[in-house]
Design a protein around this ligand. Structure first.
Ligand code: ZN
Length: 426
């Protein structure tokens, strides 16, 4: 998928009213399901998941605040951000003073509508711009939220690209935010594009599991239902804020020195980026890296969690995410997959002195290539460091050569009988 195609997917998903449960999540997964084969899971309200319980399912049809002239001053039809997520139903007539405690604004960003939810405390409310609130008279107002909060299900989905081994790579993104483009839709679009690309290529070494689940409770639900499988996760990333114009940010796993941490540091070396240490905050890396699981899962974003003024506001809209930025995030992920797939530890089968490369056609095969010098250096580095201990990623790191050059050199040396794979990378 191109950046434009990913942006078109974001555009299609943008109007849907997602939450941690409900039909907005299902509709979102239906759209993703047109592009990927999804296993959709429905977990009933009341199910215990680790220390949590699946809440009631929330659905909403309409909501508004209507002024005495009959105009919808606040209108869910125009933006689903206008209703506090998980609001219980309301039908009342209220003055502005009565209504005011239910109205949420951003006085410091008077033109923007905030995003607010109240999943675990029963309440209701509206979100609007400070500018709109400042223009409101005393009323009375007709106040309606046509929602239901009742026993139902929590919905999440998985897409699996089977590999040659059971070692898994987990790519997870949250699907619980309504009309916010960077903070969840860009991640969904990039994950979808990565999965679609993997499915078209040759069968990978790792099994790739893509998880589309509501934040926190969805990841906790997956972990509760996949305790065994979690042990197979060799590498993982939570993917969010994947489409803003800032540089890429990688947050290390709790372990801090997991292979994925070193892979991402290597992949980002070539582009503007920031790397930060793990902290138990942010997206679902909090759950995957909880001490009982301690999975090797890092977090990839562009501008990080809560790191931009448009975060959790109506400013995180379709213009805030760009096709180019999403294409760049996808490219970084593809590079990471390339390293994960090709990394390994090798043993030099002719370690006493340098083997004679020319006799084996290994110099000749490079003739005329503009990167001959680099390819030659890569062979010498691979031969020298392949003692069974160093991985190809180690070779790339120590030599300063691109991983791809190192991997190509190892393939050529292996084909010439000079190198043997002896183990996984990492
Ligand atoms: Zn968020």
């Amino acid at each position: 998928m191109t950046g434009e195609e990913m942006h078109a997917l974001v555009e299609r998903l943008y109007p849907l009213c997602r939450s941690i449960t409900g039909d907005g999540v299902r509709a979102t997964l239906d759209v993703v399901g047109e592009l990927l084969e999804l296993a959709v899971h429905e977990v009933p309200t009341g199910t215990r998941v680790l220390d949590w319980t699946i809440p009631q399912e929330w659905n909403i049809r309409d909501a508004y605040v209507k002024d005495p002239a009959g105009r919808r001053v606040v209108d869910f039809e125009r933006s689903n951000l206008h209703v506090v997520g998980y609001s219980v139903p309301v039908s009342a007539t209220m003055t502005l003073e009565e209504l005011r405690p239910r109205l949420h604004t951003l006085p410091g960003q008077p033109g923007l509508v905030p995003y607010r939810t109240s999943y675990y405390a029963e309440t209701w409310g509206f979100c609007l711009s400070q500018d709109t609130l400042d223009g409101m008279g005393e009323g009375p107002y007709e106040v309606v939220i046509d929602s239901t909060l009742s026993d139902g299900h929590l919905t999440y989905a998985e897409h699996v690209v089977p590999g040659r081994t059971d070692d898994e790579v987990l790519i997870s993104c949250h699907v619980c935010h309504p009309s916010l483009a960077n903070d969840n839709l860009a991640g969904i679009a990039v994950a979808t594009a990565l999965a679609a690309g993997l499915a078209r290529g040759p069968r990978p070494r790792h099994t790739y599991r893509f998880l589309f689940a509501p934040g926190t409770i969805g990841a906790i639900t997956w972990l509760a239902r996949n305790r065994e499988r979690a042990g197979r996760v060799r590498h993982g990333l939570t993917l969010a804020c994947a489409g803003d114009r800032g540089g890429l940010t990688y947050k290390r796993s709790r372990r801090g020195d997991a292979p994925i941490d070193r892979v991402m540091a290597h992949v980002l070396r070539e582009r503007p980026h920031t790397i930060v240490d793990f902290s138990p905050y942010g997206y679902d890396e909090r759950q995957f890296c909880s001490p009982g699981f301690d999975l090797p899962v890092g977090s990839l974003t562009r501008t990080p969690y809560a790191g931009y003024p448009e975060y959790h506001t109506s400013g995180d809209d379709l213009d805030f995410v760009s096709p180019r930025a999403m294409a760049d995030t996808l490219d970084a992920l593809r590079s990471a997959v390339e390293v994960l797939e090709q990394d390994g530890r090798y043993e030099n089968l002719s370690p006493y002195g340098e083997p004679q490369l020319g006799r084996r056609g290994l110099y000749g095969s490079l003739g005329g290539r503009s990167d001959t010098k680099q390819a030659q250096m890569a062979m010498l580095w691979v031969l020298n460091l392949s003692d069974g201990e160093h991985s190809l990623l180690d070779v790339a790191g120590r030599s300063g050569l691109p991983f791809r050059a190192v991997a190509e050199a190892s393939a050529a040396l292996e084909a010439a009988g000079l190198l043997k794979r002896v183990g996984e990378g990492g």
